[in-house]
Design a protein around this ligand. Structure first.
Ligand code: ADP
Length: 450
């Protein structure tokens, strides 16, 4: 069997590029063992976890603002999550139907060389391939690690995890650990977070991370320098031993969640064809091309920016570069891709922020606005947080920003437009922001400079 383009994995790094190539008249074969589009993001990641988040936040706001005493039915939250996932599976089936040039096969692709792969026992010859096989939760190494749940257990489509744990322990200090901690805290669980080192959110500007941590509900018990020693069953519960200031300590909880990072999934046989980094990511240039020029790798598997919207951007870029043959017509600047930690409250950033600018010796100025003064934040009585903008000192060209607090994930899109298009403070200030929305905080901040 022959195809123009083999797309391996039907998540954010896969199907957008596949659709684009089929619109351009190319024949595409897309493969995924799930038999559905949407990848891990839809099956067990962003969509289900953010559905739980939105409902947890509703419940928490109801309790806090309206004094609602309703008993929470966690099973209903999981049902709603499944319903949202199903809606999107169906929507994707319709999109697939509309792209006749894409043949979709349920199965795994295994590579034979840089022009041949096995798909469902059949040899497929391809001119180009886009590898978008994503990542999977990593299992930590300590006795009893197999007793821990992962984010897949919490959020997968039709998961059996349907009872709210009264007390929960989360291992890890990354965004999945913190997000999950805030969701279950808002739902009413007692949550402990055990962080191996002395800080959370590595890779995020330390000042932003510290600000977010200060705003998290103080009921969440975060313990630093607390590596796990062992997990075991204690009747229906779990006993967790960990080290704390050099001494052994323990907690007994109803559920233990390991949120200890994600590991890239490289399809069988591909290691012999393309270069893979020591950490297991497929190495790519900014055009998404691997060391084998007709093979592209997009999304989590290349490790550049492990977010669905980044995968989509990379997928489209790979498709554009397939269409332009040996010329790289589209390059991805990952600094222009916004990131949101969807904790309650959330934190977002884009571009270059304080610690990077200092490290790069750039002369910059800051402008900020405290959300305590924002009308929408006042309506929710969630007044912590800020918008903080960074500009090049001489030109007042916008370089980057962070937003912590209500609706940060919406505000960051406007700031992404400004960063990607290199706007100046004056250009950003010449707009009437919709009132009353949190976006006004951007205009208030920027007007302090012009
Ligand atoms: P991304 O957002 O980076 O595209 P996801 O993790 O959301 O990544 O999706 C990756 C998809 O790739 C998953 O649906 C997974 O089932 C699929 N996949 C993983 N390995 C293979 C393989 N060898 N062949 C085909 N599909 C694969």
């Amino acid at each position: 069997m022959k195809t123009d383009v083999l797309v391996v994995g039907a998540g954010g790094g896969g199907y957008p590029g596949a659709f684009r190539l089929s619109q351009a008249g190319m024949e595409v074969l897309m493969v995924d063992p799930k038999g559905e589009l949407g990848g891990n993001c839809l099956y067990s990641g962003c969509i289900p976890s953010k559905t739980v988040r939105e409902l947890a936040q509703l419940h928490w706001r109801n309790k806090r603002l309206l004094g609602s005493q309703d008993n929470l039915d966690f099973g209903k939250i999981q049902e709603r999550k499944d319903a949202v996932q199903l809606t999107r599976f169906v929507q994707h089936r319709e999109e697939l139907e509309a792209h006749k040039g894409v043949s979709f096969v349920k199965g795994e692709a295994k590579f034979l060389d840089n022009h041949r792969a096995m798909v469902q026992g059949q040899e497929v010859e391809f001119r180009y391939a886009i590898v978008a096989t994503g990542s999977t939760p990593s299992r930590p190494h300590f006795p009893g690690a197999e007793l821990c749940l992962t984010s897949d257990d919490l959020y997968s489509y039709r998961t059996t995890f349907r009872n709210l744990p009264q007390e929960m322990l989360i291992i890890g200090g990354g965004y999945v650990a913190l997000e999950t901690a805030t969701f279950f805290n808002a739902l009413g669980s007692k949550v402990h977070v055990l962080v191996r080192s002395d800080r959370v959110l590595r890779g995020v500007d330390p000042d932003l991370g510290a600000l977010l941590i200060r705003l998290l509900d103080s009921n969440i018990d975060i313990r630093y320098n607390s590596p796990i020693l062992e997990v075991s069953k204690l009747g229906e519960r779990y006993e967790v031993w960990f080290s704390s200031s050099g001494k052994k300590d323990r907690l007994v909880v109803d559920a233990v969640v390991a949120a200890t990072g994600r590991t890239p999934v490289v399809p069988e046989g591909l290691q012999k064809v393309v270069e893979v980094s020591p950490k297991g990511y497929i190495e790519v240039s900014d055009s998404m091309r691997t060391s084998s020029p007709n093979i592209f790798a997009t999304g989590d598997v290349n490790g550049l920016a492990p977010y669905f919207h980044a995968a989509v951007r990379m997928s489209v870029a790979a498709a554009n570069n397939v269409m332009s043959g040996n010329i790289d017509s589209d390059r991805v600047d990952v600094r222009g891709i916004p990131v949101t930690v969807f904790t309650i409250p959330p934190a977002s950033y884009v571009g270059l922020t304080r610690s990077q600018l200092r490290a790069m010796n750039v002369s910059f100025v800051e402008a900020s606005y405290q959300l305590g003064d924002d009308s929408m934040a006042q309506m929710y009585d969630e007044r912590g947080g800020e918008v903080r903008l960074f500009f090049e000192k001489s030109s007042l060209r916008f370089l980057g920003a962070w937003v912590v607090g209500v609706h940060s994930g919406f505000l960051i899109n406007e700031l992404t437009q400004a960063a990607v298009n290199g706007l100046t403070a004056r250009q950003m200030s010449n707009v009437a922001e919709q009132h009353p929305t949190t976006n006004e905080a951007i205009a208030y901040a920027v007007r302090k400079l012009v």
